[in-house]
Design a protein around this ligand. Structure first.
Ligand code: PLP
Length: 356
């Protein structure tokens, strides 16, 4: 703390991301990255762009990328906003749509960035308790004073709320914005994007970081009514005209265009997820019903923090949250089959040694 800090800095409580390591021998199942590399077409597009035009500013409007994303979602580019990762899109959305002094709602167990944004932008919030089984009590989100934000599937629980439930939340907040953060939607049933043209108070936020293997490129996007997109563009243009660089623009565009590769890797991850759940069950874990590229699991005998620490000693990183209600759970990202085999080798040793 310094006397030179603004009150905004003083009230911040920054988000702490999962550990990032540079050791290739570590099995990294802690930050929900995609275990598969991006489409080869992404590399080709980035190489070509590098040789051509890095001395020039990128497009401030990102029209082409917005068009491609729009096309794939049955929308026009006026209904699509792109930003430097969906975290930036979410931060801009808090500024654009939530009002200091009006209480917003989000789930009590959820993406821990939301309270961070709420604090920095001085927006009061109510944390709505989940049901006992971690499902969403959707009626509790009706008639929010300031608006609603929630991830679907939820993080870190991996549980998906049905489109009907989401629609009810949107319908029952006609005067306020409902933001659905769909970081994991490509591993789940269906997106709320199909409701965007019906409800002008719905903003759907997605990212290329998970299902399109581009966490390192930083491209997220929002889809909603053109007037909502205009608000986000006004915020962006008041900070930085060029939030997405040239390599990110062409790389993300290529990733969207290679639909076959996207389908193949996404289906593979979902198949590995189902096997992972079965294997965890056999080892004595209870696993929440996942529609994401990670699972949330608790062991009937071993404490989660012990398992987390022992796995770490064995070179496997998973995510552990020391928070009430979820402190007996581990969040495990779905890796390749080979990574999961190595994970289970270690886990079996640890669990068997514990029960001796
Ligand atoms: C990963 C994640 C994000 C952030 O994604 P980026 O686009 O990489 O910034 C947003 N929301 C949730 C729920 C996430 O899990």
């Amino acid at each position: 703390m310094s006397k030179f800090w603004s009150s905004m800095v003083k009230r911040t409580d920054p988000y702490v991301p999962g550990e990032q390591v540079n050791d290739a021998t570590i099995i990294k199942l802690n930050t929900n990255e995609n275990p598969y590399p991006p489409s080869p077409k992404v590399f080709a597009a980035i190489h070509e762009e590098m040789e051509r035009s890095l001395q020039l500013y990128p497009s401030p409007t990102a029209d082409h990328l917005r068009e491609v994303i729009g096309q794939q979602n049955g929308l026009s580019k006026e209904e699509v906003f792109v930003g430097n990762g969906s975290d930036e899109v979410l931060a801009f959305s808090f500024m654009a749509f939530f009002e200091p002094g009006q209480t917003i709602k989000f789930p009590a167990i959820t993406y821990s960035f939301y309270p961070v944004y709420a604090k920095i932008f001085d927006i009061p919030y109510e944390e709505v308790s989940l049901n006992k089984d971690f499902t969403l009590p959707h009626e509790q989100f009706f008639q929010s004073e300031g608006g609603v934000i929630l991830p679907n599937p939820n993080a870190p629980t991996s549980i998906y709320a049905t489109l009907d439930q989401i629609e009810l939340i949107v319908k029952n907040n006609p005067e306020k914005i409902v933001i659905i953060d769909e970081a994991y939607i490509d591993f789940a049933q269906e997106s709320a994007v199909k409701l965007v043209r019906t409800y002008d108070n719905l903003l759907v936020v997605q990212t290329t970081s998970k299902s399109r293997s581009l966490a390192g490129l930083r491209v997220g996007f929002a889809m909603g009514h053109p007037s909502l997109i205009e608000a986000l563009i006004r915020i962006k243009d008041s900070f930085n005209s060029y939030t997405i660089d040239r390599l990110a623009l062409v790389g993300a565009t290529a990733a969207f265009e290679d639909v076959a590769y996207f389908r193949q890797t996404t289906e593979k991850i979902c198949a590995t997820r189902e096997q992972t759940i079965e294997r965890l069950n056999r080892l004595g874990f209870t696993v929440l019903p996942s529609q994401a590229n990670f699972v949330f699991a608790t062991h009937r005998a071993e404490s989660a923090v012990h398992l987390y620490e022992r796995l770490k000693q064995e070179g496997v990183l998973v995510r552990y949250f020391n928070k009430p209600e979820i402190d007996q759970y581990l969040r495990i990202t779905i890796g390749t089959d080979e990574q999961m085999n190595r994970f289970f080798e270690k886990l079996e040793q640890i669990v068997n040694a514990c029960s001796l």
